[in-house]
Ligand binder design. Structure first.
Ligand code: CS2
Length: 499
C-alpha cells in the first residue's frame, strides 16, 4: 500500500520530523554499524529483542546494528525496506499508549527465493550474534523428543542439496561452513522461540545436519559457535490494519511495520556467548547460568494459560484472550489447573513467587488493548502443547498427581482440530503442521471419543510412547472429549468449573 501523498512516511530522513508524541532513538542512528543479524523479522522481534537493543544502544552505544532476514513470507522489502528499517512500536494498556520509533534495524534482507542472501549475511565477519524467532516449527525437530525430524521434507532436501538450504538448520550449517572456510570468526546463535531448552534444541538440529558435512566442521563448531538458551516474554499479537490506521490518524504518518505489544517484557539469557555479547543487560535483560526454571514457569503458566484459554474460549464462542478472561467458568478452570496441577511440577525460580507470577500473568491477559485472537494462539498447537500441557501431565502422573484439568485442555485441543474436518462440519480453518492428519483421523473415526484419542495418541512425535500408554491419561482425555462433543460443551465446562 502506498502512503497518501499528503502524509509523510517514516524514513531515516524524517526521524527529526516525527510528532512530539513519538519518541525517537536516543542515539545517532547514522553512525550505527552492523554487528548482529536476526532471522525471522516478525512482530515479536520488532517489539522485543529490537526494543532491548535500542535501549542498550541508548545506554551504551556500540557496533550492534541489526540486519533483519526473512527466509519465509512476508517479504520485508515492501514494508521495513521502504522505511529504511525504522518503525513504530506501540505499548498499550487499556487506554494508555506509548509510541516509540525503533532504530536498530539497519538493513533488511529477503531470502525467500534463494538462501544465498541469508547465507551471505550470516557468514559475514561483521556478524557476531544471530538472534532468531522462527517459530516452534522452524527448528524441524520432533516436539516429543527434541531430536531432528529427519523425515521433514526441508531436512531431506537440505541433506541432498546442502548448497541451497531451505530449512533453518540447513541454512545455519551452510553459513557456518562459509565462516570456517573464510575468516573463522566465532558466532553466537540466540534462539528466542518458545520451546524448552531452545538453545539445546537449536544446537542439536544444527549438529545433526553439520555431522553430514564432516568432522572438520563439527570440530570448528565445538570451538567457535555458541547456542545459549533464552526465555523471552512479551505479548505481541499480529499487527492488525487498525493498528496501522491508528498511527496514521494519531501521529500523521503511514507506517506499514507498526507493532503493538503490552508494557511487560522479560528476557533471561544463558550467559554463554562465543564472541562479543551485546550489552542487553543494561537494558534489563538478565544473564544467568541456567535458564530452565524461568523457561518452565513461563511456558507452564503464561503460555499454558494462553493455550488453554484459546481452545476453551473458542468452544465458548469468544474471540480474544481478554474476552476469555471475562468468562468466570474459563478462569476458574484454568486457575485451578495451574495451582493444583501445573505449579507443583515447577522447580523453584530464583526471585519469583509462583502464585504472584500466576496473578501477574492473569492481569496481563486482561489487558483489553492487546487484541490477541484465540485462533492466533491456537495456530501450530501441535508444536506448543508438548511444553505447555503434556510435559506437566507426564510429570504429574509420574508423581501420582491428578491431571483432571490439564487433560481437559488436551481434549479441547483435539476438539479444535477435529472441528475443522468435513465430518465435524468444518467449523473453522486450522493452521498447524498436524491439521491435515487430524482431519484425516476425524473423518475416519467420527464421533467416537475413545477412537479419536487413540488416533491422536498414535503420533509419537507429539505424544511420547510412555505417556500415550498410560491408561488413566487416555481415559481422562477421552472422557473430556466425549463431554465436549456432546450437544452442550459449554454446559460441560460449567460442570467441570463447579466441581
Ligand atoms: C502465544 C505467545 O501465540 C502464542 O503461542 O502464546 O506468542 C505468547 O504471547 C508469548 O510467548 C508471550 O511472551
Amino acid at each position: 500500500m502506498n502512503a497518501p501523498e499528503t502524509l509523510p512516511t517514516t524514513s531515516d530522513m524524517r526521524l527529526t520530523t516525527l510528532p512530539t508524541g513519538v519518541r525517537r532513538p536516543g542515539y545517532e542512528r547514522t553512525t550505527l554499524d552492523v554487528g548482529m543479524a536476526h532471522l525471522g523479522v516478525g512482530a515479536f522481534h520488532r517489539c522485543h529483542q529490537a526494543e532491548f537493543t535500542d535501549d542498550a544502544l541508548e545506554a551504551k552505544f556500540g557496533r550492534w546494528g541489526v540486519v533483519g532476514i526473512n527466509i519465509r513470507p512476508p517479504r520485508l522489502a515492501d514494508t521495513l525496506g521502504r522505511q529504511h528499517g525504522i518503525y513504530t512500536r506501540l505499548l498499550r494498556d487499556g487506554d494508555s499508549v506509548d509510541a516509540r520509533v525503533i532504530g536498530c534495524l539497519k538493513a533488511v534482507v529477503d531470502s525467500q527465493d534463494s538462501s544465498d542472501a541469508a547465507v551471505a549475511v550470516l557468514a559475514s565477519p561483521d556478524i557476531d550474534v544471530v538472534t532468531m524467532t522462527v517459530t516452534e516449527k522452524g527448528y524441524c525437530h520432533q516436539p516429543a523428543t527434541g531430536a531432528i525430524d529427519a523425515a521433514h521434507p526441508d531436512i531431506v532436501h537440505d541433506l541432498a542439496h546442502p548448497d541451497s538450504p531451505r530449512s533453518v538448520p540447513g541454512l545455519i550449517v551452510r553459513a557456518l561452513e562459509r565462516r570456517m572456510q573464510s575468516h573463522g570468526l566465532p558466532v553466537t546463535f540466540v534462539s528466542c522461540d518458545n520451546i524448552p531448552a531452545n538453545g539445546v534444541i537449536l544446537e542439536s538440529v544444527v549438529r545433526a545436519v553439520a555431522a553430514r558435512c564432516g568432522a572438520e566442521l563439527m570440530r570448528w563448531i565445538d570451538g567457535n559457535v555458541a547456542f545459549p538458551s533464552t526465555m523471552v516474554d512479551r505479548i505481541v499479537p499480529a499487527t492488525a490494519p487498525e493498528d496501522i490506521a491508528f498511527v496514521e490518524h494519531t501521529y500523521g504518518y503511514r507506517d506499514d511495520a507498526v507493532v503493538v505489544g503490552e508494557p511487560f517484557r522479560q528476557w533471561v539469557i544463558e550467559d554463554r556467548f562465543a564472541g562479543r555479547t551485546p550489552p542487553w543487560a543494561v537494558a534489563g535483560a538478565t544473564f544467568v547460568d541456567d535458564v530452565t526454571p524461568f523457561e518452565l514457569i513461563k511456558m507452564r503458566v503464561l503460555n499454558a494459560t494462553q493455550t488453554s484459554l484459546a481452545y476453551l474460549g473458542l468452544i465458548a464462542g469468544h474471540e480474544h484472550t481478554f474476552d476469555d478472561m471475562t468468562d468466570p467458568v474459563l478462569t476458574a478452570i484454568v486457575r485451578r489447573m495451574l495451582t493444583e496441577e501445573s505449579l507443583p511440577t515447577l522447580p523453584p525460580v530464583p526471585g519469583v513467587d509462583a502464585i504472584a507470577y500466576l496473578d501477574q500473568s492473569f492481569a496481563r491477559l486482561r489487558n483489553t488493548a492487546i487484541r490477541h485472537r484465540n485462533h492466533q494462539i491456537a495456530t501450530d498447537g501441535s508444536r506448543k502443547i508438548v511444553q505447555r500441557i503434556l510435559n506437566p501431565i507426564r510429570e504429574r502422573l509420574e508423581a501420582g498427581g491428578s491431571v483432571e484439568r490439564l487433560t481437559l485442555v488436551v481434549a479441547a485441543w483435539m476438539f479444535y482440530l477435529v472441528s475443522a474436518s468435513k465430518r465435524f462440519g468444518e467449523r473453522w480453518t486450522v493452521e498447524d503442521p498436524f491439521a491435515a492428519e487430524a482431519a484425516r483421523i476425524a473423518d475416519q473415526v467420527g464421533r467416537d471419543a475413545a477412537g479419536l484419542v487413540a488416533g491422536f495418541l498414535a503420533h509419537d512425535s507429539i505424544f511420547d510412547r510412555a505417556l500415550a500408554g498410560r491408561p488413566e491419561f487416555r481415559s481422562d482425555v477421552a472422557r473430556h472429549l466425549d463431554g465436549l462433543l456432546a450437544p452442550d460443551p459449554v454446559g460441560y465446562l460449567r460442570r467441570i468449573a463447579g466441581e
